[in-house]
Design a protein around this ligand. Structure first.
Ligand SMILES: [Zn+2]
Length: 280
């Protein structure tokens, strides 16, 4: 990526090295379980973790701004790029984009959706509109999932920002409304549609990053490698040795790649409607 001229976002909360801090207001265990399932982590475990540890208020403030270290600078610029792109897109439809906060943490983190752990991978909490990432995930992406490269790292942020866009546009509500009212299999099907839409939104950002000359040749391949590596079918094969489509919450590698490319090709969020199509 070429982020030299990109404005770094100041919406980064650096909780690295602070242990467990941060205020939580309520438990949205089920939500965190679904959106955190990025690494083949068992959603059931995430729910338990979220429910066992009730969030408490912690008055210690994490510094918010732009971290000075290299990785901190990189994620701040990627976040800044998503703010610029989504800001313009929202403006075109006469609405205003409310940017999310990106929280950097080590090991464990308290969110308004319950406890987060690095093992869950990056996640978005709709209750506090923050995306949480332990940067050690990038090492996993490189070594465990064989998806190296800065654009693969940026894609991960853009995907979580995609969930934030869903919160702002209301599609997140589809998942919340289904909670406890439909069978687990049906709930998972809605979750897959949510995730594919977030992948497509990540592609929409990628499209505009390309127009802003922020992409290098080979960047697209990096994102596709990442999308392939984190498909449910691929992850299940790796972690359980078998594939159980009914338990998919994110979509297959092929689907994730296809929806990402769809957004990347068109650059228009309306082409990301994974909810009204019968062919995912
Ligand atoms: Zn997701």
């Amino acid at each position: 990526m070429e982020l030299g001229n990109q404005r770094a976002s100041g919406n980064v909360e650096d909780r690295r090295g602070m242990g467990m801090v941060g205020g939580g207001l309520g438990v949205g265990g089920i939500v965190i379980a679904v959106i955190a399932y990025f690494l083949g982590f068992d959603p059931g475990t995430a729910i338990n973790v979220a429910q066992q540890v009730a969030p408490q208020h912690d008055a210690r403030q994490a510094p918010k701004g732009t971290p000075a270290d290299q990785m901190g600078q990189f994620v701040s610029k990627v976040l800044g790029s998503t703010e610029d792109v989504w800001g313009r897109i929202f403006e075109q439809s006469a609405s205003q984009y409310r940017p999310p906060t990106l929280v950097l943490y080590d090991g464990q983190v308290r969110s308004a959706c319950g406890m987060g752990q690095s093992a869950m991978g990056p996640f978005y909490c709709p209750n506090d509109e923050k995306l949480y990432i332990d940067l050690s995930f990038y090492r996993d992406l490189r070594t465990r999932f064989h998806a190296p490269g800065d654009f693969a790292q940026a894609y991960v942020i853009a995907h979580e920002v995609g969930h934030h866009v869903q919160k702002l546009t209301g599609s997140f509500r589809k998942l919340e409304q289904a909670q406890g009212r439909v069978s687990q299999a049906e709930y998972n099907r809605i979750s897959v549609r949510m995730e594919l839409q977030a992948d497509c939104y990540a592609g929409v950002w990628g499209h505009h990053a390309g127009t802003m000359k922020q992409l290098d040749p080979g960047d697209l391949a990096e994102a596709l490698a990442a999308a392939t590596a984190i498909g449910d079918d691929r992850l299940q094969k790796q972690t359980q040795g078998r594939v159980v489509p009914e338990s998919f919450t994110h979509g297959t590698s092929e689907q994730r790649v296809r929806w990402f490319k769809r957004g990347m090709d068109s650059g228009r969020p309306k082409d990301c409607d994974s909810f009204s199509t019968s062919a995912l």
